[in-house]
Design a protein around this ligand. Structure first.
Ligand code: URA
Length: 434
């Protein structure tokens, strides 16, 4: 079928056949179909949607647009975690070593931060020497030695998604649940995993701001996992305020190291524990959530998770001495307090505004290829529900540029609310699907 006919079919609300979808992906990836025709099809999909069969076909076509890792040489269950992204969302650096120390193989392919949300690769690259661009051969070597490896998307795995995602980004077609589902799932399936746990964030700092949309994405992903034969457990978690205390790359690495030593903020530990416990269940190394949570705690207490993290860092070329000596991580020149302007209870720390303030300091980027400053960011000492007295510190701003520090301070002020009456913190884990 000619491409205008394909676009017309979807524009008029008719389903595309498996053959049409596979042909489109093959020809678009090879450069035969120009971006303007692909953009028109994406927009038609944005408005008309894809049914579950079309979404599964698109996922499969994108997954097979490049290499699919065969990890059958690893006898242990291969289970990964994916988050839809947020502010202070650093759980991958905790989950990967705990899950690996607990008997799973975790082939984690992660992304960079964009806009107000952070990315796992940027956090890891704050560690001196850490290489997130391993060849697939080196990726396997680290997986074999450590049980987990964390790298960026390569040109070999799901190249159709890379190309389509860049096009969606500039054609206002990112916010489509079937396109998001196929994009995430095609990359994850190309990793050669047996099962996936998905952390769907909801709230102002999330991609999906409304619970109903997060729920819909989670359901569609679970459905898609079943259609592709890969069990998927989705958990919807709060992103109305930052997760944990730290926002900014090196600062988040420190918080993760503290977590691996059992000293993390409660919310960060709870989300990390729940996601890892679900990975243990899906991987079949535990049979109840209670024992899976217990395994998570035991691996932290014994030091096994921290030791695994140090081995991953060293295996990927990084300086593993950072696990004990945080002064080896980049640090900002200026550290200034952001204090309460009145007494009361913190009632909002708007995650999106905090993410934008952190980006203003240089911790994030507007465009995918822009450089970031690994040292800068924010560390909150108060979270929603905490009492504060006038003049008490709410956060420390870490900056390398004074003018940006002042701008960030104003942004944080705009996103912070103090109420006179006690506040209940938002629920952290909202739903599990299925
Ligand atoms: N993350 C992805 O990997 N793909 C999307 O389409 C959206 C978020």
């Amino acid at each position: 079928m000619e491409i205008p006919e394909l676009i017309r079919t979807k524009r008029d609300g008719q389903p595309l056949t498996r053959q049409q979808i596979f042909d489109f992906i093959r020809r678009y990836t090879s450069g035969e179909i120009p971006d303007y025709q692909a953009a028109a099809l994406l927009m038609a999909i944005y408005f008309r949607g894809l049914d579950p069969r079309e979404t599964a076909d698109l996922t499969e076509a994108m997954m097979h647009s490049g290499e699919v890792l065969d990890l059958s040489e690893f006898p242990a269950p291969k289970v990964d975690k994916h988050s839809t992204g947020g502010v202070g969302d650093k759980t991958s650096l905790i989950i990967a070593p705990v899950a690996a120390a607990g008997g799973l193989v975790v082939p984690m392919i992660s992304g960079r931060g964009l806009g107000h949300t952070g990315g796992t690769l940027d956090k890891l690259e704050a560690i001196p020497g850490f290489n997130t661009r391993l060849s697939l051969a080196d990726f396997r070597r680290v997986l074999k030695a450590c049980g987990a490896a964390l790298i960026g998307q390569t040109s070999e795995l799901a190249p159709a998604d890379r190309k389509l995602y860049a096009l969606r980004d500039v054609t206002a077609t990112v916010e489509s649940i079937p396109l998001i589902s196929a994009s995430i799932m095609s990359k994850k399936l190309a990793e050669g995993i047996d099962a996936l746990v998905l952390d769907v964030k909801t709230g102002s700092g999330a991609f999906m701001k409304r619970l109903a949309d997060s729920r819909e994405l989670a359901r569609r992903m679970v459905e898609l996992g079943a259609a592709c034969g890969t069990p998927l457990q989705a958990i919807i978690t709060d992103m109305s305020q930052p997760l944990g205390h730290a926002v900014g790359n090196a600062l988040e690495v420190i918080e993760c190291l503290e977590a691996l030593k059992g000293r993390a903020p409660r919310d960060l530990m709870e989300v990390s524990r729940e996601l890892t416990a679900q990975m243990f269940l899906l991987g079949g190394v535990e049979t109840s959530l209670a024992s899976a949570r217990g395994r998570f705690d035991a691996l932290i207490v014994s030091g096994a998770a921290l030791e695994t993290f140090a081995r991953i860092v060293a295996g990927q070329g990084g300086d593993a001495r950072i696990t004990e000596d945080y002064s080896r991580l980049p640090a900002a020149l200026h550290q200034e307090s952001f204090v309460a302007w009145e007494s009361g209870y913190v009632s909002a720390l708007d995650a999106e505004t905090v993410g934008r303030a952190s980006m203003r300091l240089g911790a994030g980027r507007e465009q995918l290829e822009a450089a970031i400053d690994p040292a800068v960011g924010l560390v909150f000492e108060k979270k929603v529900g905490d009492p504060v007295v006038h003049g008490e510190r709410i956060a420390v701003i870490h900056a390398n540029d004074r003018s940006r520090l002042e701008e960030a301070r104003q942004m944080i002020r705009a996103g912070t609310r103090i109420a006179p009456e006690p506040q209940t913190p938002p629920p952290l884990i909202l739903e599990c699907i299925p």
